[in-house]
Design a protein around this ligand. Structure first.
Ligand code: GTP
Ligand code: MG
Length: 503
């Protein structure tokens, strides 16, 4: 937009121009009217200049983006897209990565709270499923709570090995649950807190919200060491004894301060998680918390400490479900072309959000497609669908898509560590994939079998020849992933420079 001229444009009116005539000051303008008119004109000039500046900034950003390298991360939910992004940032833009450390601290605390919540749910299920009512026959057999024998018919009792102490710990740890609700409300004000994972909406500025929150909570003092859990439980529930409970301000303080509440609950968390009876109950209910995304119970003593600071490894392992498409812009801090601008688009992978991927297809140089070889698992959003089958279907769609005909495809056969553990536990591929036949059930043969499938589809379905790379990855392992990403970066750069005829 052209700036409004700063010179008084009514000084030489053009008698033939109606606009110029209309802008003339009235013939008998008072000094006050004149001052007001000049103020208005100055305001108009200022607004116009601001608009010009904004347009110039947007134009520069557009030019920068046009020249930048753009990568789209694709794959089903939980395939490891966001984890790959974090590895990218850690390897090539570490300053940027470390700036976000405090936002991740809250996510990791939330992950731990979710682990505990799941553990408490299983204990509750155990209590409910083991409740029995005494009958004369059961009294005769001496059935009852460990060490206690019911004496009259019609009394409800539990046959579970869990004790009253487990109940007390459970009650104290329930102080963590309102914290989760509060934090989720801040992260997702429009709901969706009911889903299993911690999730964030793309473009909602969630890292900024969490960084601010973390800065606030770190200035709050620790919870009083004497009887911290009781004080907390009382504060979170509003308390029953006014003389022993902290005031409402304290309750609000605890609600907003996951660090303080977790620190107060730390010993209980560790005790519960390490308790052999609890482990037995988990086994009986067929629940392996270790397989939960964002599993931090093994690190509870560290993560729940008042002085907790996340390590790089913690950040990479933290689980946040992506909703929508997140754009990450960063400048390469090292490598062949330092200073190159990169945009990485990290999408949500569950079925209901995949339609958001398409607008990005015609503007990216490379796609990193994450395909865990989870031959024995089903989708969380549709338990009838096998995960690996879903990955293959998605891969076929990507290979066929005409908009992606020139896009470099990089396939990550991810979660190799999990595949290794699955095969080691004796689970046989042929049970889920009959065409696997009687081939050896080891990592080399299984990986080759599925890799050849993916490669075959790429070859058969691609509209024309294009660069294609594949890697076996465990993106949870930052060291091995960094080495792979160096190769990926060079491959993408080379393909990009060739496409713009630089080499
Ligand atoms: N063991 C293991 N876990 C992994 C690996 N890659 C990712 N994970 C874990 O799997 C979970 C899901 O990873 P994400 O990177 O959040 O998955 P995503 O593809 O971004 O998922 P959505 O955002 O829901 O689409 C996280 O808890 C990760 O820590 C891997 O190679 N091995
Ligand atoms: Mg994600």
């Amino acid at each position: 937009m052209a700036a409004v001229a700063t010179k008084a444009f009514w000084s030489q009116p053009d008698p033939d121009d109606p606009l110029s005539q209309a802008l003339q000051p009235p013939p008998n303008e008072s000094p006050e009217d004149r001052a007001a008119r000049i103020r208005q004109q100055e305001d108009a000039i200022r607004v116009s200049k601001e608009i010009d500046d904004e347009i110039a900034i947007a134009k520069r950003a557009y030019e920068r983006r046009k020249k930048a390298i753009k990568i789209l991360l694709l794959g089903q939910a939980e395939s490891g897209k966001s984890t790959t992004l974090k590895n990218f940032q850690l390897a090539f833009s570490p300053q940027h990565f470390h700036k976000e450390r405090s936002a991740w601290k809250t996510i990791i605390q939330l992950n731990l709270i979710r682990n505990i919540k799941r553990l408490l749910e299983v204990l509750q299920e155990e209590w409910e499923s083991s409740l029995q009512t005494t009958t004369p026959a059961s009294i005769a057999k001496g059935k009852g709570v460990a060490g206690r024998t019911p004496t009259s018919p019609g009394v409800r009792f539990s046959t579970s090995p869990l004790t009253d102490n487990h109940r007390r710990i459970r009650m104290r740890l329930s102080a963590l649950l309102p914290i989760e609700d509060e934090l989720m409300k801040k992260l997702l004000p429009d709901g969706a807190a009911a889903v299993k994972d911690v999730c964030v909406r793309a473009g909602s500025g969630w890292k900024g919200i969490l960084t601010a929150l973390s800065a606030n909570t770190s200035t709050l003092g620790p919870v009083t060491p004497a009887k911290p859990q009781l004080q907390l439980v009382s504060a979170m529930k509003g308390g029953s004894n006014p003389s022993s409970r902290p005031g409402t301000a304290d309750a609000a303080k605890f609600k907003d301060n996951p660090t303080a509440v977790l620190a107060a609950c730390k010993d209980d968390i560790v005790t519960l998680w390490e308790d052999p009876i609890v482990r037995g109950v988990l086994k009986k209910h067929n629940v392996r918390l270790q397989d939960m995304p964002g599993f931090f119970l093994n690190d509870a003593g560290r993560v729940a400490a008042m002085s907790y600071e996340p390590t790089d490894d913690d950040i990479v392992r933290a689980r946040v479900r992506t909703l929508g498409v997140e754009e990450h812009h960063f400048t390469m801090e090292s490598g062949a072309l330092p200073g190159t601008e990169w945009y990485i688009y990290d999408v949500g992978g569950s079925r209901s959000v995949r339609q958001h991927w398409i607008p990005y297809f015609d503007d990216v140089q490379a796609i990193i497609f994450l395909a865990p070889l989870a031959f024995n698992l089903t989708l969380e959003e549709d338990p009838k669908v096998n995960r690996l089958e879903d990955s293959i279907t998605l891969w076929r769609e990507v290979c066929t898509n005409a908009l992606l005909a020139k896009t470099t495809l990089i396939l990550f056969l991810n979660k190799m560590d999990i595949l290794q553990a699955t095969l080691a536990s004796g689970i046989r591929v042929v049970k889920y994939v009959p065409s696997y036949g009687d081939q050896p059930n080891d990592i080399t043969h299984v990986t080759k079998y599925f890799r050849d499938k993916f490669r075959g589809y790429h070859k058969r379905l691609s509209p024309k020849a294009r660069p294609f790379y594949w890697h076996e990855t465990s993106v949870i392992d930052t060291r091995s992933t960094a080495a792979i990403l160096v190769g990926v970066r060079e491959g993408i750069l080379r393909a990009h420079l060739q496409s713009v005829n630089v080499i």
